[in-house]
Design a protein around this ligand. Structure first.
Ligand code: MG
Length: 377
């Protein structure tokens, strides 16, 4: 694609607000490329491979995990940012980091941990992603965390309560002022939505939990499927599904680029500060937004609430709650590094430990703590 100068409203790397601990500037790469590289080399990033997106990791080899989901978000985000002459590398860094704080077992794990943490300030995976990059990764001599730029950290923190915002300092400010983050962060957020809506259709069909016939009633799916069948009348099976989904993704990405470009032209932000004060400028057209909502509702009712998914979720919730309660009752069961931290804030140290677990590690740890079978480890 064409190489154009960055838009004036882009969060250009040379204008970064910088890092919490000052460092010598990177050589041969930009500040955001350095952020991206640090994220890819982190332990939390590698763990994404074994964390649930919708299907528990061991259900099948072909389903998305948090890792492949994050890669898809990064790929979509880069394309969109490039077409709008915005900072691709910043969008990529945010996309790769956006789910680092996810618990094992997807949203059910997060709900269970939040429930356990209610008396101790709650648990929110988005806030936890920031905690991972600010504190929990321990690899650098001079600081805890990855010491990422303000802009990447701001993008990771998609939402947060006003109470938490007050404690977060610089990245919390925009919630108190009711402002938006950079356009690059707004892109990563919507790329996330495009990625999961489409890959959940794909995984849902692959798993057999939803059927093509059900999707025939969903406007956006029906429209693109008809295009495929018109062009290739004898197409069936996986090829039909893939050709339909790739057209849906193309429509969504193209619509997002065009309608965001129109909004940016209309508001003419000259700087990132103008972007922060403006209404959201990265947005779908209203017709496409409605179609996306219809698809989202379909997935909610038919896939996320499918009894087989609900069973996995319920099991995941129980594992997380059991682990939390066991450690809370007997902190001596925690590994030494977390025991040391439990001295400061026991519940938070336990939440950090449990949230960091992959699905299979959580299951193994549960077996270690609860199995009474003498042959169990
Ligand atoms: Mg995501």
């Amino acid at each position: 694609m064409r190489e154009a100068p960055l838009a004036r409203c882009a969060a250009a790397a040379q204008n970064t607000r910088g890092r919490r601990f000052s460092e010598t500037p990177p050589r041969g790469r930009s500040e955001y490329q350095r952020d991206r590289d640090r994220i890819i080399h982190s332990t939390a990033f590698r763990r994404l491979e074994y964390k649930t997106q919708v299907f528990v990791n061991h259900e099948g080899d072909l389903f998305r995990t948090r890792l492949t989901h994050s890669l898809e978000v990064a790929q979509l985000g880069r394309s969109i940012a490039r077409n709008l002459n915005l900072e691709e590398d910043l969008t990529e860094a945010i996309a790769l980091a956006h789910d680092l704080g996810h618990t094992p077992f997807g949203h059910s794990g997060q709900d269970a941990l939040n429930e356990c943490m209610k008396p101790h300030g709650g648990f929110e995976h988005n806030l936890q992603s920031l905690r991972v990059v600010d504190l929990l990764e321990q690899r650098y001599a001079a600081f805890d965390g990855l010491n990422l730029t303000f802009e990447t950290r701001e993008g990771i923190l998609k939402h947060c309560s006003l109470r938490n915002a007050r404690e977060l300092g610089d990245v919390g400010e925009r919630f108190l002022k009711r402002q938006r983050p950079s356009l690059e962060a707004q892109i990563a957020n919507l790329a996330d939505e495009i990625a999961y809506n489409n890959h959940d259709v794909d995984d849902g069909l692959r798993s057999g939990l939803i059927e093509l016939e059900q999707l025939a009633e969903i406007t956006i799916f029906k429209r693109h499927k008809e295009q495929v069948v018109t062009a290739f009348p004898s197409i069936t099976g996986r090829r039909l599904i893939h050709e339909t989904i790739r057209r849906m993704i193309d429509t969504l990405v193209t619509d997002l680029i065009e309608s965001s470009a129109a909004k940016i032209r209309e508001h003419e932000p000259q700087t990132v500060e103008d972007v922060r004060a403006a209404p959201p400028l990265i947005a779908f057209s209203s017709g496409i937004r409605d179609e996306q909502l219809e698809l989202k509702r379909f997935l909610h009712d038919n896939l996320y609430r499918h009894y087989k998914v609900a069973r996995m979720a319920s099991k995941g919730r129980r594992v997380v709650a059991d682990l939390f309660e066991a450690f809370q009752a007997e902190p001596i069961l925690l590994p030494p590094e977390f025991q040391a931290r439990a001295g400061e804030n026991k519940a938070r140290a336990i939440a950090d430990y449990v949230a960091g677990m992959t699905d299979r590690y959580a299951i193994l740890e549960h077996r270690r703590l609860f199995a009474i079978d003498p042959n169990a480890d």
